[in-house]
Design a protein. Structure first.
Length: 266
């Protein structure tokens, strides 16, 4: 995590505090955010660190809209469950068991420190099933409130990225490439932008990547490692996405920071 670059994030970076400061801080309404990314292939044009960059930079963008909310961020977990990309160079994956153990141990440590709420902000779709499975187990074991916020579930203005691209462009396409062009343009190989969309709509009326899902690996859906259209990505689109989604994410964090499941039953 580039703390010096992320001006707004560094102010709320929990590990910059001392042990005594963390001991004495108000925790009843505190929200801890754990960014969860991945290190995996993103085609010939994007860095393998893309998902980790996106969760960190989007959190930083969201923190621009916070005031005095008791919201803090933990170091990014930059490895994820990426075995769908396992045969492609640059992919470093955790097993389900390892990712599960890491997440549970982090949550148990948060609980031991007196925190009641933790939100996983996830940047890689392959992590979602693991996050969902362990969230309820941690809730049952500790009583903590566990939240899952996925970058892929944030609203995307259709005037910025088309609806079709958001259905099919799930990996290294217009969306991710535009964000990286704005956030760290020197890491994007603009001479290697490509387009590859699987024939999913032609072969099923029901199955989609985001709903009605099916088990797939990157070899099933792409030769290049791209799933989407990176050729239409622009820095301007990336800036517009950060502005819109950063604001939405801040509202989500503020909402769950004060949420209490004890109030759900009269």
């Amino acid at each position: 995590m580039n703390i010096e670059k992320y001006t707004y994030l560094q102010e709320r970076f929990l590990p910059r505090l001392t042990s005594t400061e963390i001991r004495d801080m108000e925790k009843e309404d505190a929200l801890l955010i754990l960014p969860v990314g991945a290190t995996e292939q993103h085609g010939p044009h994007l860095p393998v660190y893309t998902d980790a960059i996106l969760v960190e930079s989007m959190i930083n963008e969201s923190f621009k809209h916070l005031d005095d909310e008791n919201i803090w961020v933990l170091p990014t977990l930059s490895y994820g469950k990426s075995n769908e990309h396992n045969d492609r160079p640059g992919t470093f994956t955790l097993s389900f068991e390892t990712l599960k153990s890491l997440l549970i141990d982090i949550c148990l440590s948060a609980h031991k420190n007196g925190f009641r709420r933790i939100a996983f902000f996830n940047g890689h779709g392959g992590n979602l099933d693991t996050l969902k499975l362990i969230a309820r187990d941690v809730r049952l074991e500790t009583g903590m409130m566990i939240f899952i916020v996925h970058i892929g579930a944030l609203d995307v203005p259709e005037k910025v990225v088309s609806k079709e691209e958001m259905v099919l462009g799930i990996h290294a396409g217009d969306y991710e490439t535009s964000l990286l062009m704005d956030e760290c343009p020197s890491w994007v190989k603009t001479d290697k932008l490509g387009k590859e969309t699987p024939l999913l709509l032609e072969n099923s009326n029901f199955l989609r990547f985001q709903s009605g899902n099916f088990a797939w690996t990157i070899d099933d859906v792409s030769e290049s490692g791209i799933v989407g259209d990176a050729t239409i990505a622009t820095k301007e689109k990336g800036a517009a996405l950060y502005a819109a989604q950063g604001k939405e994410l801040s509202e989500i964090f503020i909402d769950i920071q004060t949420f209490d499941s004890d109030r759900l039953i009269k």
